[in-house]
Design a protein around this ligand. Structure first.
Ligand code: TRP
Length: 332
């Protein structure tokens, strides 16, 4: 039988190039070989946006469009909505009994997010227990593999602890999932070279950006601040244009040649930015075209999500029968 993959995104904005290299590309490559489930984690998004339900709702469609635009096939991969699989919420409640508050407080991923969002002690309890609900997202389909960014690995570790406790106390229902971090571009730096690409930091190229936006953003990219004249020798390390060319330009030999020229002096920033612009336009152009095509019929797109959610619920119902039996709550 095919191994089961579970992965997904919080619908808190349209996806960008960082998502593309860090996860979308990987999901595309794996969808035939594995049985892949993609969660649109709207419950998780609501835990930090309790007062902005409209924002979460709009972004569900945006994320769905991004998935379809990059080529994820909803007939092959099961794309589903977290809030419409109540079994996930149910499982979360049972898992919460297997986790201590102290253990949650130590989880590095949550700690860091609480810091970033400036929650302090007023962190919503629902946000605080993300690792537990994420364990439910993963286990309700009995996922074997969870591709994640490096920063999410502590969540998988905690999921494994919950699985081990559950299996030991009740019955061996769940496989221990394995977290895998995609090799290339696990964390794409932003256009400014200061931090990981992120929409909220304003250093991102979205998959729905217009050709004009992309060009402007590429032209504004951080290069070598000491490379003032074309004739000057320039630095390639830390130069975002070359970092991106390394990732996105398939002509490795030519990029190496350009690096040598840049280091020696005589190659201008505008020339390398033009090249990167061409490469990114070729990558994103077809994605944007497909996205616009799907966006013409949002009702049909949401229908695909509904069908995926129904498939996920079938898997959930099966798992819950085993869970209830194991936990001795299968009364009737
Ligand atoms: N936490 C992930 C994010 O911030 C989204 C997510 C929710 C997820 N549940 C998951 C990812 C389960 C992998 C597995 O994008």
């Amino acid at each position: 039988m095919k191994k089961i993959i579970l992965t997904g995104d919080r619908p808190s904005g349209p996806l960008h190039l960082g998502h593309y290299v860090g996860s979308l590309k990987n999901r595309l490559a794996m969808q035939q070989e594995y049985q892949q489930y993609l969660i649109i984690a709207d419950v998780q998004a609501l835990s930090a946006n309790a007062e902005n339900p409209e924002k979460v709702r709009e972004n569900v469609l945006q994320v769905m469009l991004d998935y379809l635009a990059v080529g994820i096939d909803p007939a092959v991969s099961t794309i589903f909505l977290q809030s419409l699989v109540p079994e996930i919420a149910e499982l979360t409640i049972y898992f919460l009994n297997l986790v201590t508050v102290a253990r949650l407080q130590r989880n590095p991923t949550v700690k860091e997010e609480i810091r970033q969002k400036g929650f302090g002690a007023s962190v919503p309890a629902g946000f605080f227990m993300h690792p537990v609900s994420q364990a439910a997202d993963i286990t309700f389909v009995k996922a074997d593999i969870v591709p994640v960014g490096e920063d999410q690995l502590p969540l998988i570790e905690q999921c494994c602890e919950i699985v081990r406790s559950f299996n030991r106390i009740y019955a061996p229902v769940f496989p221990e999932p394995q977290g895998i971090v995609p090799k290339q571009g696990a964390r794409l730096m932003g256009l400014d070279g200061k931090a990981k690409m992120s929409k909220s930091l304003g250093n991102a190229i979205s998959l729905c950006d217009s050709a004009d936006d992309i060009q402007k953003k590429v032209m504004s990219m951080y290069t070598d601040p000491n490379h003032l004249r074309v004739a000057d020798p320039g630095e390639v390390e830390g130069n975002m244009v070359f970092s991106y060319l390394d990732i996105f330009d398939s002509n490795v030999a030519e990029v190496e040649e350009l690096k040598a020229q840049y280091r020696a002096g005589g190659l201008g920033d505008v020339a390398i930015k033009r090249r990167l612009n061409t490469v990114l336009q070729e990558l994103i152009g077809p994605i944007r075209d497909r996205r616009n095509e799907f966006a013409k019929d949002p009702v049909a797109v949401m229908q695909l999500l509904k069908q995926g959610t129904e498939r996920a619920r079938e898997a959930a119902a099966k798992t819950m029968i085993e869970v209830r039996r194991a936990m001795r709550i299968d009364y009737f």
